[in-house]
Design a protein around this ligand. Structure first.
Ligand code: ADP
Length: 668
């Protein structure tokens, strides 16, 4: 078996599986990345939200502070109002009213904590306050300072950022309002609580130094960080959001998990399919082998096979059957009743047989003989064995028939029958020969007696010839008796020749002129011709060479042929006198006058010889006449063949038959 295609198939399968897994891996990786980018975008959004929260709150706070500047009041009243404000704003740790020289006019500290600057000293923060207020004065709006770390002494401290608002009364700068933001409080109070619940928010310097943090750091592998600038007049802070997420799952979401599961299911199905296909291929291979074996077996059969369904339609034929009937399979398959190989004259009988079969009558097991017709129209005998066709479910679906062409067998039987008949005929012929020999022996004596009585009578007549009264009678009687003596002698010769012929003695051959031969039989022919009203015409030139033959036997042949011809014409109605003519012709064989053979022809205008009669014409004892013996022609042929000649017949023109035979001419 060739292993190359198998290796190739495995290679392809390997590639397919690898591709599926690569695709799966890429899918999971892409989904993970997408998930990460989603989280990162969310954190970025949170940072942006935080910054906008703070900015909005700062703006609101500026308005609140401005309300403290709105009208002229005494420092004590202001401080009280400032306290109220501080109670509502945890992000501020201290509010101060300073004059235009930045001298402190009044101040208030947050009630929520210890005064921040108690230990640190407010003066230490003055440079920031100055810078913020200088900016505020310049811009006529809020100015922010850099943040400073204010230690509370116990290791703790706060990042503080100052915001300064100019106090303008009647278009003149009359002082400043300074508010100190505690950055951690800004983160915890001004940033939306949803942002700080699960992530850490912090302020950092642009260089990354952490200033304030809100929210708990969690233990997690993956940190997503987003930074956003908080641009304030005079100071820029960075808001940083750190989000802790669990490391993304291997399957980041349901869709990916679903696709993965589907892909794994697909791979499993592929595997099962491949296994199933392999099994199927193996079974198909086995089946193909079995089919090939069956086909080889069917093709090698000489028995014709034919299957028919229950409606009589042909469903299967093997090559031997097709060859037998001479039809192509496609001409037979699907063909119903009558089948194309049924001889038309048998339609009725076969149709009945078929109906019986369909009615459930099983045919005999030993088979039935039937006659089928080849495509050429030729009929031939077949022996049919039929059996019901049972399918896998045990139901009968039709009939299966095996046919044997028995024409060859019949031909052999016919041949042996014919040779048997010939043997019997030969045996009868031998008996007839014996009888003829016996008869000739027995008849010889009476014939000799007739001959001697005739001779005696002639002698007596010659004695009375002198008597004038009896002279007339004596002369006419004398003629007749002479004829009797001649014929008796001839009969004796015939008998002798038959005797010789039967005994197979060497015949006495002599050279005889043909016109002498014909002349010898003419009187007898004329006798019968006159009786039947037949004209006899003779074509026999006297200058033809003599033939070497047993003259008596050849005369007998001529006589026999002439008698047959006349008997045939006797059937012609008397109303057709032109068809009663017997022609005897003798001529050299072929066109060559120097030929060494002569042809004798006996032609009649009778009904002619049919094909079936012609086939048996020379068979001993074959006759169509009631009183016929059927031996004449058979004997004639034997006689002529003993002379080396040939006896045959052909149709005469316009009707009738010409019998002809050849005899060797005497060479000059
Ligand atoms: P028989 O004359 O005793 O019947 P033959 O052997 O002479 O036997 O002839 C055999 C058959 O041949 C005849 O019965 C006749 O049917 C046929 N036959 C012979 N000669 C002729 C002929 N000239 N025309 C037609 N049929 C002939």
């Amino acid at each position: 078996m060739n292993t190359a295609p198998v290796t190739r198939r495995w290679f392809l399968w390997g590639w397919l599986v690898l591709l599926v897994f690569l695709m799966l891996g890429t899918l999971i990786w892409l989904a993970g990345r997408y998930e990460v980018s989603q989280v990162q975008a969310q954190v970025e959004r949170d940072a942006a939200d935080g910054v906008s929260d703070i900015r909005a709150a700062f703006q609101r706070n500026v308005q609140t502070l401005q309300s403290l500047l709105s009208e002229a009041r005494g420092p004590a009243v202001w401080a009280q109002e400032a306290h109220e404000v501080l109670r509502q704003h945890r992000e501020w740790v201290r509010l101060e009213w300073r004059d235009d020289e930045l001298r402190l006019m009044a101040s208030a500290d947050s009630p929520f904590r210890q005064p921040v600057f108690a230990r640190f000293g407010r003066d230490n923060a003055l440079p920031e306050v100055n810078a913020a207020c200088a900016l505020a004065k310049r811009q006529s709006g809020p100015g922010y300072s850099h943040s400073i770390y204010v230690s509370s002494g116990d290791g703790l401290g706060l990042e503080i950022m100052e915001v300064c608002l100019p106090w303008v009364t009647d278009g003149e700068l009359s002082g400043f309002l300074v508010a100190s933001y505690a950055l951690p409080e800004v983160l915890s109070n001004l940033v939306g609580p949803h942002l700080t619940r699960s992530q850490q928010v912090s302020f950092t310097e642009p260089d990354g130094t952490r200033l304030a943090i809100h929210g708990q750091a969690r233990r997690s592998k993956r940190v997503f960080t987003a930074q956003q600038l908080l641009d304030l007049p005079g100071y820029t802070l960075v808001l940083r959001v750190d989000s802790w997420r669990a490391a993304p799952d291997f399957f980041p979401n349901v869709l990916t998990a679903l696709v993965t599961a589907l892909a794994i299911a697909l791979a499993t199905v592929l595997y099962l399919l491949a296994r199933d296909m392999r099994r199927r291929q193996r079974v198909e291979h086995d089946l193909a082998d079995a089919l090939a074996f069956r086909k080889a077996m069917e093709d090698s059969l000489v028995t014709g096979l034919r299957a028919r369904d229950l409606n009589g339609q042909i469903t299967y034929v093997n090559p031997a059957f097709c060859e037998m009937v001479g039809f192509q399979p496609q001409e037979l398959l699907g063909h119903g009743i009558p089948a194309p190989y049924w001889p038309p004259e048998m339609f009725a009988e076969y149709g009945q047989r078929q109906a019986l079969r369909l009615a459930g009558n099983a045919p005999p097991r030993e088979g039935i003989e039937s006659v089928f017709m080849r495509k050429s129209g030729e009929r031939f005998p077949v022996l049919i064995f039929e059996a019901p066709l049972i399918n896998a479910q045990g139901q009968q679906t039709g009939w299966m028939s095996a046919m044997l062409d028995v024409s060859e067998q019949r031909r052999v039987e016919e041949l042996s029958r014919a040779s048997q008949e010939r043997l019997q005929a030969t045996a009868r012929l031998a008996t007839v020969g014996e009888m003829a020999s016996l008869l000739s022996h027995e008849l010889n004596q009476p014939l000799a007696a007739i001959s001697s009585y005739a001779t005696g009578t002639l002698n007596l007549l010659s004695q009375h010839a002198a008597d004038p009264s009896a002279q007339d009678l004596a002369s006419s009687l004398g003629g007749a008796i002479q004829r009797i003596a001649q014929q008796a002698e001839r009969a004796g010769q015939v008998i002798k020749s038959v005797h010789d012929f039967v005994r197979r003695r060497e015949q006495a051959r002599e050279a005889v002129k043909p016109h002498v031969l014909v002349g010898n039989v003419l009187p007898l022919v004329h006798l019968q011709a006159r009786k039947l009203g037949i004209r006899v015409s003779l074509h026999c030139p006297q200058d033809l060479p003599a033939v070497v033959c047993d003259r008596t036997m050849v005369e007998q042949v001529l006589l026999n042929l002439a008698r047959n011809a006349m008997q045939a014409m006797s059937e012609i109605p008397a109303s057709l006198p032109t068809r009663r003519e017997l022609t005897l012709t003798v001529k050299p064989a072929a066109s060559n006058a120097a030929s060494s053979w002569l042809v004798f022809e006996v032609a009649d205008l009778g009904p002619g010889i049919s094909q079936s009669v012609a086939a048996q014409l020379f068979t001993p004892f074959f006759t169509t006449k009631e009183e016929g013996m059927g031996l004449g022609l058979s004997l004639c042929r034997t006689v002529i063949e003993q002379h080396g000649g040939y006896l045959g017949h052909q149709a005469n023109h316009p009707c009738g038959t010409v019998f002809s035979f050849t005899l060797p001419a005497q060479m000059a």
